[in-house]
Design a protein around this ligand. Structure first.
Ligand code: PLP
Length: 260
């Protein structure tokens, strides 16, 4: 049976990130994609020019409508924008503890625009981290959640992953793309161990939406019944594939999208 995956995220009308990337990634990873919107951005490959916030009660209505009718095999949370939306999502998911949740703590767009209000970081930490099966921070996001400086070594990545696990997630996929080096190392950290995934670093401007794509692929693979380590490995190789073939596209002149 095809699994159903719900993305709870913001819209990127340029198609590179947000729910648009999530739907492409979930579909390509063999699941049926659903999307509940938290915010609408106005953006292109140059950057974000405006954000329209979806009222928190309406975010909750969307999620509740899905759960009232449809089996959800995994959920992915992306841009939450505000503390009130974080609370609405937590309320909606609270009765569904068996559903695996991938939490991508989206904070800043690749072009530099803030996608998360300052006071929402505390709400993300206290309300949503405990619901996460897998949290997928990049190194600046992990540091923001912990209130420390960004990890600069692999040992620090593991230490910060463990510190984040102590805040509630069952596992933390620390994304090491910000480290220097020939490879892009990610580490899946649990209370018990740390598993590394390596991929060659691809030098390209087309990385817009890679975080969205990874977390959605991971949710789809968890929905198919894979354990977190196997799901993370499949998701990472999917991201490498879509980044490698981004050169086929001709979409804007800034931070371009990947090709699913
Ligand atoms: N969600 C939305 C709606 C966005 O616009 C963005 C980036 O612009 C993101 C999430 C995060 O994108 P990325 O996967 O590049 O980190």
């Amino acid at each position: 049976m095809i699994p159903n995956v719900l993305s709870i995220a913001g819209s990127d009308p340029s198609g590179g990130a947000g729910i648009q990337a999530d739907i492409k990634s979930i579909s390509a990873n063999g699941a049926f994609a659903m999307a509940a919107l938290t915010a609408l951005t106005a953006q292109n490959t140059q950057g974000v020019s405006d954000i329209h916030f979806v009222p928190p009660a309406f975010v909750q209505s969307q999620i509740d409508a899905i759960f009232a009718d449809i089996r959800v095999d995994a959920a992915k949370i992306g841009m939450i924008a505000t503390a009130e939306v974080a609370a609405a999502i937590a309320r909606s998911l609270s009765g569904h503890a068996a559903v695996p949740v991938v939490l991508d703590p989206v904070m800043i767009a690749k072009g530099g625009a803030s996608l998360l209000q300052e006071d929402a970081i505390a709400a993300l930490r206290t309300l949503l981290l405990p619901l996460a099966t897998v949290l997928t921070p990049n190194l600046p996001e992990a540091a923001q959640l912990l209130g420390v400086r960004a990890a600069a070594t692999r040992d620090e990545m593991v230490e910060q992953g463990q510190a984040l696990c102590a805040l509630g997630p069952q596992a933390v996929l620390m994304k090491g793309g910000h480290l220097d080096g020939a490879t892009s190392p990610d580490c899946l950290v649990t209370a018990q161990d740390a598993i590394w995934f390596e991929a060659p670093r691809i030098r390209t401007a087309n990385t817009h939406g890679t975080g969205c794509t990874l977390s959605s692929a991971l949710a789809a693979q968890l929905a198919k019944g894979l354990a977190p380590a196997a799901a993370a490995s499949a998701a990472k190789s999917y991201v490498s594939t879509v980044v490698a073939r981004a050169g086929d596209l001709s979409v804007g002149t800034g931070h371009g999208p990947t090709h699913h």
